[in-house]
Design a protein around this ligand. Sequence first.
Ligand SMILES: [Zn+2]
Length: 337
Amino acid sequence: MNDKPELTTSMWPLGKSKFVAPYRMNTKIEVKSPSHTYSPVGQCIYCGTRASKLKEEHIIPLSLGGNLVLPASSCVDCESITGRFEQEIARHFIWPFRTGMGFPSRKKKNPEDFEIDFILEDDSCERVRIERRLYPTELYLHKFTTCGFLAGKSDEEKTDSIAVVGWRNGPAFEEVKRVLFSFALDVERRTKKRVKAVAPARYFYPAPFAQMLAKISHSYAVAELGAISFRPILLDIISTDVRQKRESQAAKDISHFVGGSIEAFPHHDDLLHSVDIELVDVGGRTYVVVQLWLFAIVGGAKYHAVVGEALDKAVEQVRSNLPGSYARSIKVSLKSP
Ligand SMILES: [Zn+2]
């Protein structure tokens, strides 16, 4: 057997292989913006119940460094639903990244290693644990095009497929290969089979990611404008297990109401995330749209979600305030490594 594995990183999350921002994955962040706590809602913002014990909601999940808190706003059942997709993002998409950059976590202990799948010539898979200090830490995000609703598409044009452009910030693929080479060699010796590709042993499904964006947007609009300021649009998207129910209306609504920009954005040295609200007129009605910029510190991605049709009072309220009145940002600084 040839002792030089010809690794391909074709199964590594797709995306731009060159840096779009300085590679700073193992520099710790420190959140500078004070946390902000809104007035308690007193009812579940997802299902409306007042009966259940109501928990506080982190608008941007704590695992992403969010510190905007909406007290008494989620019942236990809805918390377990939103917790499911938030957990998937925290433990799959961004796990090595947030560990490397020292994001807050409810668990005190960080993982000691991450798993990588080595795909063998017969398509079987060897899962290998790699120490955190050796792991090629990166951030991978799905970028979306403008949502169907704001792009002028009709209800008939809704589709359950989500158009995605992969984006990553991390070491170049050559560097990934170099780090993984000795592990691949070891796998080949052990299995007596050739390694043909390598991939992180994590999920990168777009639907739960889009559901998280819907949840952030809905809860932010409620926090800033109040629950009765708009007719909500995103509740089914948030509460439906869209991967199990591909035929559901919610699955078709995702790309119609949740979207983004596929452009590359310059990195900020002190901004982690920002969120803002704007009103958009479509077909003679006014809609509340939440704008998000996530992970601006490494360039990251911009998203939007149409949270609902604005009621007259909300339209008046938003239009009477100065632009930027509903914008909030999470500022951070980088600690020296
Ligand atoms: Zn609920």
